[in-house]
Design a protein around this ligand. Structure first.
Ligand code: ZN
Length: 142
């Protein structure tokens, strides 16, 4: 397990949609389109089949927390005449927008958590080292 400063740095990179392993800002081609590998350190983001289940759980928890905070605040603010239909519509919109918007961040947070709990294995390190070596050779001859 890495020390606290390293763990915080890795988690912060994940929260900022950066590669948790090296901090490169480019894991995504655009908001939702993730590259297969980090363009700087070469790690393969989807480390095994079914890997994004953890990201989906993070996304669901965050979305429902936002939903709960908004709903509780609205009920407290409008009590005792709670406008149920408008509140229901706002709740549906919040769930859709937050879930779709936050998912890319949930993915990089999940990669960070996974890297902290399950550091790169020897074959992954060899693979990324080889890819970086090949990339450097290719760019050196251009
Ligand atoms: Zn990286």
């Amino acid at each position: 397990m890495p020390d606290r400063a390293t763990a915080l740095r890795v988690l912060l990179r994940g929260c900022l949609r950066r590669c948790p392993n090296c901090g490169d800002p480019g894991p995504y081609r655009w908001w939702w389109k993730m590259r297969l590998r980090c363009r700087k350190c070469g790690i393969h983001f989807e480390r095994e089949e079914g890997y994004w289940t953890g990201a989906m759980a993070i996304n669901l928890i965050f979305t429902e927390l936002v939903f709960a905070v908004i709903m509780i605040a609205a009920v407290i603010e409008t009590w005792p005449d709670v406008p149920m239909l408008p509140l229901l519509l706002v709740g549906l919109a919040v769930n859709a927008v937050v879930a779709v918007t936050f998912y890319p961040i949930a993915r990089t947070i999940w990669i960070a958590i996974d890297l902290l709990l399950h550091p790169l294995e020897a074959d992954e390190v060899r693979e990324t080292t080889e890819l970086r070596r090949l990339r450097d050779q290719t760019t050196a001859h251009v």
